[in-house]
Design a protein around this ligand. Structure first.
Ligand code: HEC
Length: 173
């Protein structure tokens, strides 16, 4: 009678050595797949942390830029110099959609005030970023022209959009 292992080898047509090689190859493939998946999730976490850091820094910068515009308006002097600050807001607004990749909410484990509603209503969220960009461009134009009569309304329209996005999409402090 044939020992069991020999019978099994005979059935699958492989010698003992071939069988071992195949088992090792399969094991290797499984370990590799696990490694790749592990690396992918690590990269994913990095992407989320990176996006969160970048958007928070960007928002801080547009907060400062908006404050500088307000100060210049209150000072009542020439406004052409702060037009560049409105351009900072406009440039950042264009980057907003890319700075909210899937998985970069609170589930990433990184501290963020981004609410899940962002990913549930991604197109509305992105539309808000688009409005911010357009209002910032309009403000930049009237600041550049030192058109004081139009600046207050343009500033209110732009800052109104900050709140319009924060209310549904940013966690209160
Ligand atoms: C398209 C939506 C949207 C618009 C428009 C928007 N914000 Fe925000 N803002 C957010 C979200 C979401 C966060 C939270 C980001 C996070 O914590 O990951 C945030 C965070 C901030 C922060 C805190 C940054 C930090 O972590 O220190 C400031 C300051 C800020 N926004 C200012 C502004 C100003 C000023 C405007 C308008 C000129 C504006 N935002 C327009 C969505 C928006």
């Amino acid at each position: 009678m044939l020992p069991f292992s020999t019978a099994a080898q005979w059935r699958c047509g492989l010698t003992g050595e071939e069988h071992q090689t195949m088992t090792r190859a399969l094991l290797k493939a499984t370990v590799m797949a696990g490694l790749v998946m592990g690396l992918a999730s690590a990269a994913w976490a990095d992407t989320a942390a990176d996006a969160i850091a970048q958007r928070q820094a960007g928002y801080k910068a547009i907060g400062a830029a908006t404050g500088d515009i307000k100060k210049a308006m209150e000072a009542g002097g020439d406004l052409t110099a702060v037009a560049a600050k409105a351009e900072v807001v406009s440039a950042f607004a264009k980057r907003i959609p890319a700075l909210f990749p899937a998985g970069s909410g609170a589930e990433s484990g990184v501290k963020t005030r981004a609410l899940p509603a962002i990913w549930q209503n991604k197109s509305d969220f992105e539309a808000n970023a688009g409005i911010l960009g357009r209002e910032a461009d309009k403000l930049a134009a009237v600041l550049k022209a030192n058109d004081k009569a139009s600046v207050a309304a343009a500033f209110a329209a732009m800052t109104g959009e900050c709140g319009a996005c924060h209310r549904p999409y940013r966690m209160p402090q």
